[in-house]
Design a protein around this ligand. Structure first.
Ligand SMILES: [Zn+2]
Length: 144
């Protein structure tokens, strides 16, 4: 059994979210491929690059049945940073879900990137929840 943290762009499945992996301070972001090796427009986040598994981000006290995932402090910092970078790549927003293998998403929450980063930093990522994250509002037009 396994924890998977999955992200994808709302609208543009061509965006290579995996490029974030090369940024200092970011966690590993791996592209999910189907059985033919074709990309699915989905990516997984982990702290060791071991495929889709994010189990090593969990503390020893984490419980797959809890409301919130209990993630190690150092990985929360990396995750918050990674999510901010993804937001920058996906101006139209992106989806995020941390799910135990075999579990299903039970609710969806619409949230701003700023509020989602606060959730990560306070270690309150909900289980069985898909976050639909609106990226930063476009900069107000200037130079008029
Ligand atoms: Zn695992």
């Amino acid at each position: 059994m396994c924890l998977t943290i999955e992200v994808s762009s709302f609208t543009n499945y061509e965006i290579n979210i995996g490029s974030i992996s090369n940024v200092d301070g970011a966690l590993f972001v791996s592209e999910v491929r189907n059985w033919r090796g074709k990309p699915k427009g989905k990516f997984t986040i982990s702290n060791d690059g071991e495929g889709c598994c994010a189990c090593s981000m969990l503390t020893d006290d984490a419980d797959w049945d809890d409301k919130y995932w209990d993630i190690k402090r150092e990985d929360l910092i990396g995750l918050a940073f990674t999510v901010k970078k993804i937001s920058g790549l996906c101006p139209e927003g992106f989806e995020f879900a941390a799910l135990w293998a075999g579990d299903k998403i039970e609710k969806t929450k619409l949230i701003s990137i700023q509020d989602f980063v606060k959730i990560i930093e306070s270690n309150k990522i909900e289980n069985k929840t898909q976050y639909k994250i609106a990226s930063a509002e476009p900069a107000a037009s200037v130079d008029r």
